[in-house]
Design a protein around this ligand. Structure first.
Ligand SMILES: C[S@@+](CC[C@H](N)C(=O)[O-])C[C@H]1O[C@@H](n2cnc3c(N)ncnc32)[C@H](O)[C@@H]1O
Length: 1015
């Protein structure tokens, strides 16, 4: 029998979460900057999950000796991976045992010493310093060759020692070193050849040798597959760790992005050497200019370039820019001071409904062009009869008395004061179209951005309509949740651009096509043209008439900031030739950053573009781990929104990828989503389609996978869990672990019941685990005991609150998931929904068991762990008090622990709980939560005497009193806000407070018995 994988027993979720939150704000060289894709998983989460899904749990009885030895050899030297002397994110003193499992966790992610100290002091740490330098998931380590080598070696040993258990660590390490050296030798040989772009016999033979060396290495590493690969985050991390990594996505746009992310840089972003003569022949003087700008080394006879792909992308992109600018550059005139325009600011106009006015009213919501703390510029209207002109003024205007003329689509005419209803404006938009009017120019100068009114000659250039060679065709699809452009008559992809924008974009694309058709027809140039097409996409995306100008940051923003295209009444028309943010050159720099950042990894991932769920895609049980992040019902309409890119990519890349771009728009029928507009408006059928597809895809990966299926899921609502569990269990797999990972800014408690996109859950499953019938009574007993054990061990690892609950929940499900069917005494089958309810209850009961004391306090803590402070449905309270609690729901409300609001409720904060009462919580016999809330309020008010008297009166002058343990528990569970501040204040001053309260002249009362520990 094989050992469990690490992901089934433990995960450093706090560390991975911290780095995943940071990942959201990393831009330079990040995969997300290559090309937009929706719902990307953070790289640290992907790297951590892939690694933990592939290595054995070293404490498992079946763990191979070679793997244990590997951990000793690699992770026990020095203090780098020594577990925490005191887990920093818990308020109690929690030493972390120094054992191989915990060492392995620290290798994945460990908080730096600085961060550990700061956490204890309640201080923040700069994001880049959160994790120690030795953490595998740290952003900076994605190119740390020594660290990656150790990660690959650990996976190699774990995997191969299971294939041949008799092999020693040394023997396996020897074979690893041999395989790595073969790759290095082959790379050196190939990359030292002069003029390897000519692909003569010598070059082809060296290329084959390198390919064989890589295949040899990856052939001895586990195979990893992601059936919903999207932007490629999971496959790239699996490949980075040296695995044979496969990804599949139904969407051709995603497929192209994946290849550019995780296949082409690994294959082609490599050094190249040219003879000077050959270099000049290929690149001419323009190429020499790039070399002289620092992109390579130029000696007498040889030109050396560190990254051939990046060099070529830059060279050919600049050639396209130059050519296009020579053709249409005159359409982008400078401002009156000779500064290059960054953008031209257009506003759509609506016709005033007053028949005697009919003014063309610019639909301005605000007159500000910029409004930052340091700079404000606005358009000052100058009105004569029904003619509206503007002046640019620096400073502020009276916003209150001069609101914009456009209030959510309803227009107030500044000439006659008439109001034109939104429906009339929409009608004009649909029937004749809303004309756009040029109102300002934004230029770059040495004083920053300047704003001016365009003069007549500029207007003449900008207002001229031109004949177009190509307008993207194809109908857009309505957004299921509304908020799109359809009510305004914008229903086709081609309508998202102004005539000028399309004219210029066509020139860019024509020059792209000319280049594409002139280059040699081989895989390298196909990769090169792929990047240039993605670069075009970036230019196209910023050049729509639905882009926005951010007046707070003075930046241009594209229209897909959300997952639907919203109507805009004004837009900045970007000057692609400005060189500033948004321009073609700037878009190029993002792309180059990515390609330069990914040049060190020799292992490509391999991608397929089809609907997943095909059992025959891989032989039976040929994949070690499937790791994926599936779509969720109608959350994102991937195919619908990616058509924006598809219509352009089809034109540019269609000849290079004929099969991928054979359909007029992206394929929709087989997409695993629940979009009712793809099912004749029938929501039930749409949901059914999603659920069936998900199960079918899980079924196929169960058939293909041997060890572990890890599923990242961005939803934690009851329905999400039910769907996920149903699909997993129906596909004959069982859940063996579940870990919450935060991906947004707040790392505070996220309740299990509140569907929250900011925290995702990773569920580890075992294929082929379900057998026979289970008796409900036995299953229930087994769940209870398993969850209790789990609470103890997870608590020791620093898990608390909702994290602990989610982790236990997975364990509870694993008990009933062992059986194909669980039956009640009367022979009826227990539904998955019922079993999930039971699992949740058991997990919660196990949590509460450790919390002893009065029922109100237990209730408060229990609810906080389960639901946080957010609103929940009224029903939940009744369910809750049935779960191992002795309190009546009516008492909970009369004690003001829960506050009711219609058919919702939320947990009371300290002030809501104690309200106007002055004595509640001051007596020794009062519930502990009342006493602590009273102290929090006194602290907040700064009422020191009251606070000291209270502490003395309730026996809190003793460090070990239950009072302080409750305060410490609240610190771990409360979300950011007033209560958390008060609790932190009390804890931060606890030594002084205790000391001073002992001096309060009062009789010391007897102490209650109370324990907040976990049994
Ligand atoms: C949540 S996203 C994956 C995001 C990805 N993990 C990332 O970080 O970029 C889900 C993906 O599933 C793809 N998808 C939907 N239905 C599919 C199907 N039937 N077969 C394969 N892929 C599918 C979508 O196109 C989308 O890219």
């Amino acid at each position: 029998m094989k050992a469990k994988r690490l992901i089934e027993v433990a995960m450093p979720i706090k560390e991975i979460s911290a780095e995943s939150v940071r990942d959201k704000s990393i831009r330079q060289g990040h995969i997300s900057t290559l090309h937009l894709w929706w719902a990307r998983r953070p790289l640290p989460a992907c790297r951590g999950v892939v690694f933990a899904s592939l290595v054995q749990d070293p404490l498992d009885d079946n763990c191979t000796p070679a793997f244990k030895e590997a951990i000793k050899e690699l992770l026990y030297k020095g203090n780098m991976y020594k577990p925490y002397a005191d887990i920093p994110y818990t308020t109690a003193i929690d030493p972390m045992e120094d054992n191989p499992r915990n060492r392995l966790m620290m290798f994945i992610g460990k908080f730096s010493d600085e961060c550990q100290n700061n956490m204890r002091l309640g201080k923040n740490t700069a994001p880049a310093n959160l994790l120690s330098t030795g953490s595998l998931v740290k952003w900076e380590n994605k190119n740390n060759q020594e660290l990656l080598r150790n990660a690959r070696l650990l996976i190699w040993i774990s995997y191969n020692s299971e294939q041949s258990p008799e092999s020693s660590y040394n023997a396996l390490k020897y074979s690893f070193d041999y395989a790595v050296k073969a790759i290095e030798d082959a790379q050196n040989k190939l990359y030292s050849l002069i003029d390897r772009h000519l692909a003569n016999d010598k070059v082809v033979s060296a290329e084959n040798e390198l390919r064989r060396a890589i295949d040899y290495f990856q052939g001895q590493m586990p195979t990893v597959f992601d059936p919903f690969a999207g932007g490629g985050a999971i496959p790239i991390e699996a490949a980075r760790l040296g695995c044979k990594s496969y990804g599949n996505d139904i969407n051709p746009v995603a497929h192209i992005i994946e290849r550019a992310s995780a296949e082409f840089p690994q294959k082609y972003a490599k050094p190249v050497r040219y003879s000077v003569q050959e270099f000049k022949r290929v690149y001419g003087t323009k190429g020499l200019d790039i070399i002289h700008s620092g992109q390579g080394i130029f000696s007498d006879s040889i030109v050396e370039i560190g990254n051939r792909l990046a060099f070529d992308i830059e060279f050919y992109a600049k050639a396209i820019i130059d050519k296009t600018e020579s053709e249409v550059g005159q359409l982008y005139p400078k401002d009156a001071d000779g500064n290059k325009a960054v953008a031209y600011y257009w506003v759509r106009t609506a016709t005033c409904s007053n028949p005697s006015c009919r003014a063309k009213v610019p639909m301005l919501k605000t007159f500000y062009l910029v409004n930052t703390p340091k700079k404000s510029v606005y358009l000052h209207p100058v009105i004569e009869n029904n003619q509206i002109e503007f002046e640019v003024r620096y400073g502020h205007y009276d916003e209150k008395n001069n609101p914009g003329w456009n209030n959510r689509g309803t227009i107030t005419c500044p000439c006659c004061g008439s109001v034109t209803d939104i429906e009339a404006v929409k009608n004009e938009s649909i029937t004749t179209g809303l004309k756009a009017r040029l109102v300002a120019m934004i230029a770059d100068s040495n004083k920053g951005k300047t704003y001016s009114i365009p003069n007549q000659s500029v207007r003449k250039i900008l207002e001229k309509e031109r004949e177009l060679s190509f307008i993207p065709s194809g109908k857009m699809t309505r957004n299921s949740n509304g908020g799109d452009t359809f009510p305004w008559g914008f229903t086709e992809w081609g309508q998202l651009f102004s005539n000028r924008q399309l004219y210029t974009l066509n020139k860019f694309v024509e020059n792209y096509e000319e280049l594409r058709d002139s280059l040699p027809d081989n895989e390298y140039y196909k990769a090169l043209m792929t990047y240039l097409a993605l670069w075009m996409d970036r230019i196209i995306l910023i050049n729509t008439s639905f882009s926005r100008y951010n007046v707070r940051r003075e930046t241009l923003e594209h229209m897909y900031s959300r997952q639907a295209i919203a109507m805009t009444s004004d837009y900045p028309e970007c000057n692609p030739f400005s060189g500033s943010a948004g321009s073609a050159l700037n878009q190029l720099s993002w792309l180059l950053d990515y390609v330069n950042n990914e040049q060190n990894n020799p292992f490509p991932a391999y991608f397929n573009n089809a609907s997943s769920g095909e059992r025959t895609q891989f032989p039976e049980k040929s994949i070690a781990a499937s790791i994926t992040d599936p779509p969720y019902y109608d959350a994102i309409a991937y195919a619908d929104i990616s058509d924006f890119f598809y219509v352009w990519l089809k034109r540019m890349l269609g000849p290079l990828y004929p099969l991928n771009f054979s359909t007029p728009l992206t394929p929709k029928t087989e997409e695993c989503t629940a979009l009712k507009h793809h099912h004749n408006g029938n929501e039930v059928v749409a949901n059914q389609h999603f659920e069936n597809k998900l199960t079918q895809i899980f079924d196929a990966i169960e058939y293909q996978t041997t060890d572990i299926v890890s599923i990242m899921f961005a939803h934690q609502s009851t329905q999400a869990w039910t769907t996920l569990c149903n699909s997993i269990l129906d596909a004959r797999m069982n859940i063996t672990g579940s870990w919450p990972i935060d991906t947004e800014m707040s790392s505070r408690t996220v309740a299990l019941s509140g569907g929250a996109l900011e925290s995702s859950v990773t569920v580890a499953c075992r294929p082929s685990e379900r057998r026979g019938f289970g008796d409900y009574k036995d299953v229930k007993k087994a769940i209870l005991s398993k969850v209790e054990d789990e609470v103890n061990s997870l608590y020791a690892l620093g898990f608390r609150g909702a994290d602990l609950l989610t982790a236990c929940f997975g364990q509870a499900v694993s008990e009933f998931g062992k059986y194909k069917i669980v039956e009640k005494a009367d022979g009826s089958e227990v539904t998955v929904a019922e079993l999930l309810d039971m699992a949740r209850t058991s997990a919660f009961n196990a949590l509460l068991k450790g919390v002893q004391g009065d029922e109100y306090t237990r209730f408060y803590l229990g609810w906080l762990q389960m639901n946080g402070m957010g609103e929940t449905d009224f029903d939940d309270a009744t369910k809750f008090t049935r779960v191992g609690m002795q309190v009546d729901v009516s008492e909970i409300f009369s004690q003001k622990l829960l506050i009711r609001d219609g058919n919702k409720q939320h947990l009371a904060c300290a002030s809501e709980h104690l309200g106007s009462s002055v004595s509640q919580g001051t007596r020794l016999e009062d519930p502990l939560i009342d006493q602590v809330h009273r102290a929090m309020l006194a602290f907040e008010k700064g009422d020191r005497h009251v606070l000291l008297t209270l502490l003395h009166g309730v026996g809190a002058d003793d460090q070990n009193s239950p009072f302080w343990r409750l305060v410490a528990s609240l610190k771990e569970l409360l979300p950011d806000g007033k209560d958390l501040k008060a609790v932190e204040g009390l804890l931060g001053n606890s030594d002084n407070l205790r000391q001073e309260s002992r001096e309060v002249d009062q009789h010391k009362p007897e102490q209650m018995t109370f324990d907040f520990g976990i049994e």
